[in-house]
Design a protein around this ligand. Structure first.
Ligand code: 5AD
Ligand code: SF4
Length: 442
């Protein structure tokens, strides 16, 4: 009998892919996704705890499900992701209406956990993190997620221990997935009509170094192999650590035609002393050197970044150095955040915590300047003909479509013909605003 599954996902692309995997796994057991939790037999909340705010969002949504359980029927409530890993059994104590708590490594056990809960009606906790964990082979079922672009998880966990970051404690040790399995999944997706693949992991540059797949295959070798699949139109990857960005990987941008000219390279701070406190293991000079060389290989590459303001001990001068790095690099986009203490992360115990209003002021200045820089990049596109991959029809008006450039900018454009998501076409850019470009198909 068909059962209904409702999923709520917070956080990063790793979580998005994990949610798809859970839906695929339950799909094998006759579960179909619904977009109304009121009807669901199982609700899965996939949480994120990267920053204090993200964890808060998860906690407040648990309260909503409590009310729903009281008002409607007794669906099974499963919580996974980094909040589940971090709080484990304590979550059940504080929120007894949660039925299953499982960490990111345990998502593959979801069907058996649901079955066990149905049988015994006893709360379950599955939060073991093992360094010997192997990412299971892929599921050929393609039912979940968009048809033209997909994420493939190539590694899990992180061994870098940046002092602000909770990830090494919630996702465990860095483990790469088998080269053959990734290729098999990518080939299968392309055979099913997928046009764009994004390889994802916490630090994709160190692919192949740790875990079951420590098999002397590097990330550039993986990129070249996936790029060689006939029919694949676009290849992307995220996320990278600047310290592991090799010359070989830079060269890929010059040599692999389907590799999109976009690189997300989190800098975090423009100050060497803060980078040292963050345990980032690079200096601003070495970062800038890599940026310059990347641009030699691929002059049109769009760089995006992550930045934290108000790390413990950050002075006005340190912040000025971060503002300077924005001027020097000229990022197409930046995700910027106020530092927040995270459980287990070393910086939580560092002295020199920055006052909230100082962090708020710095973030506002940084974001205002970054918006100007990003808008200037968009305005520079006006009059150009750019290649766009169709994402889908805009809600209104008719004959309006939306797509993305290789540099990952959103383009809204007009076209009389009915288009198919994943189609590549050329659009003449006629206008630009903060978040998107506008144009017409030629
Ligand atoms: N406080 C603020 N931002 C953080 N990030 C990670 N941990 C923290 C924290 N404790 C940011 C980093 C990272 C991005 C995913 O989230 O910039 O690259
Ligand atoms: Fe966190 Fe640093 Fe690992 Fe990224 S590289 S997940 S910021 S510890």
């Amino acid at each position: 009998m068909t059962q209904l599954l409702y999923m709520e996902t917070f956080g990063c692309q790793m979580n998005e892919r994990d949610s798809e995997i859970m839906a695929q796994l339950l799909g094998e057991h006759s579960y179909v996704q619904t977009d109304t939790p009121e009807q669901a037999d199982v609700v899965v909340v996939n949480t994120c705890s990267i920053r204090g705010k993200a964890a808060h969002k998860a906690y407040s949504c648990f309260g909503r499900y409590k009310k729903l359980k009281e008002k409607h029927h007794d669906f099974i409530l499963a919580v996974t992701g980094c909040v589940a890993q971090q709080d484990g059994a304590a979550l059940l104590e504080r929120m007894p209406y949660i039925d299953i708590v499982m960490g990111p490594q345990s998502i593959y056990a979801l069907p058996s956990l649901v079955a066990a809960f149905r049988r015994d009606r006893k709360p379950l906790v599955a939060t073991d993190l093992s360094a010997e964990f192997i990412i299971p082979p892929f599921l050929p079922n393609l039912a979940e997620g968009p048809a033209h672009k997909r994420f493939i998880t190539i590694m899990q966990g992180c061994d870098n221990f940046c002092t602000y970051c909770v990830v090494p404690y919630t996702r465990g040790r860095e483990i790469s997935r088998s080269f053959a399995d990734i290729l098999a999944e990518a080939t299968h997706l392309v055979e099913q009509g997928v046009k764009e693949i994004t390889l994802i992991g916490q630090n994709v540059n160190s692919y192949g170094k740790k875990g079951d797949a420590a098999q002397h295959k590097s990330f550039p070798e993986l990129l070249r192999a996936v790029a060689g699949i006939d029919g694949l139109k676009r290849l992307r990857f995220t996320t990278s650590h600047p310290k592991d960005l090799s010359e070989d990987l830079m060269r890929c941008f010059a040599e692999i035609p389907v590799l999109c000219p976009h690189f997300h390279l989190p800098v975090q701070s423009g100050s060497n002393s803060i980078l040292k406190q963050m345990n980032r293991k690079y200096t601003i000079e070495s970062y800038l050197d890599k940026v310059a060389r990347l641009r030699e290989y691929r002059p049109d590459i769009a760089l995006t970044t992550d930045i934290i303001v108000g790390f413990p001990g950050e002075t006005d001068d340190d912040f000025a150095a971060t503002m300077q790095i924005m001027e020097t690099v000229q990022y197409h986009g930046a995700y910027s955040f106020k530092y927040s203490d995270r459980p287990n992360a070393k910086a939580a115990d560092f002295p020199g915590k920055v006052a909230e209003e100082v962090k708020t002021g710095r973030l506002a200045r940084l974001q205002a300047r970054q918006e100007e820089i990003a808008l200037a990049f968009k305005q520079a596109e006006i009059g150009k003909a750019v290649e766009v991959m169709v994402e889908g029809a805009s809600k209104a008006p008719a004959n309006q479509w939306s797509g993305r450039t290789g540099t990952n900018q959103i383009v809204n454009f007009s076209c009389e013909r009915k288009l198919v998501p994943g189609e590549l076409l050329v659009v003449e850019i006629e206008g630009a605003c903060q978040n998107s470009l506008r144009g017409k198909m030629i």
